[in-house]
Design a protein around this ligand. Sequence first.
Ligand code: DX5
Ligand code: ZN
Length: 261
Amino acid sequence: MKLADGANERQRVSPANGAGHGAPASERGGASGGAKPPGLIRIAPSLLSADFARLGEAVALAERAGADMIHFDVMDGHFVPNITIGVPVLASLARVSRLPIDVHLMIEQPDRFVEAFIAAGAASVTVHAEATVHLHRVVHLIKSLGAKAGVALNPATPITALEQMAGDVDYVLVMTVNPGFGGQTFIPRSESKVRAVRELLQREGSAAPIEVDGGIDVRTAPGIVAAGAEILVAGNAVFGSADPERAIRELRAAATASVAR
Ligand code: DX5
Ligand code: ZN
């Protein structure tokens, strides 16, 4: 794959110049990353596969390894068949994290919780298109509170769900597994879906980056990046590794070797 012009020479930009929870939500960076040049790969380790008794250490490890953001998975036992962590845990981690925290809401009626997550320190908030009938309203609520807003699509959700929202979202999250659990197998068809989302965004004049989540590792990253993904979430590939810092670096190397365009 051809490297984007100068992509291999670009420095990894610190998300929002290191602005973390102390900064207003609008300056915290997060998944859309505003000033970042297109084609720059960003790595978002998912805490879902970390030891929940040592989450602060997992954040510090991700910072040391040069991760770009922390991916924080929220599950409610209704939208997905699992329950994880919520607002109080986010507030504690946001106090110690120098990286922006990217909150992935796998919950029904996300509009009820958006404000609390942003107040607790979320830099970006992703809601599922399948989880609300008022997607436009909740995306604009997130933005009005100063955070970046992303829309996630489950593997079975057609990209037409995004069509009317392309100009509104700061980024799109294409699920590459069915949400709910870490350590699942990447769905190969996701590559063509990412290509199609990329084309849709381009057609609509949107520069929103595509985030991918589920089964991302050194084997699956090159193909999905070549298809147009720029933000890679990785849980098991990082925290399931004997050397998570090395795993983050290796994932970035595998992904940047195949930057699209
Ligand atoms: C799954 C979550 C993911 C999860 C990915 O529903 O949204 O963020 O942590 O885990 P891996 O990388 O292990 O597939
Ligand atoms: Zn996630």
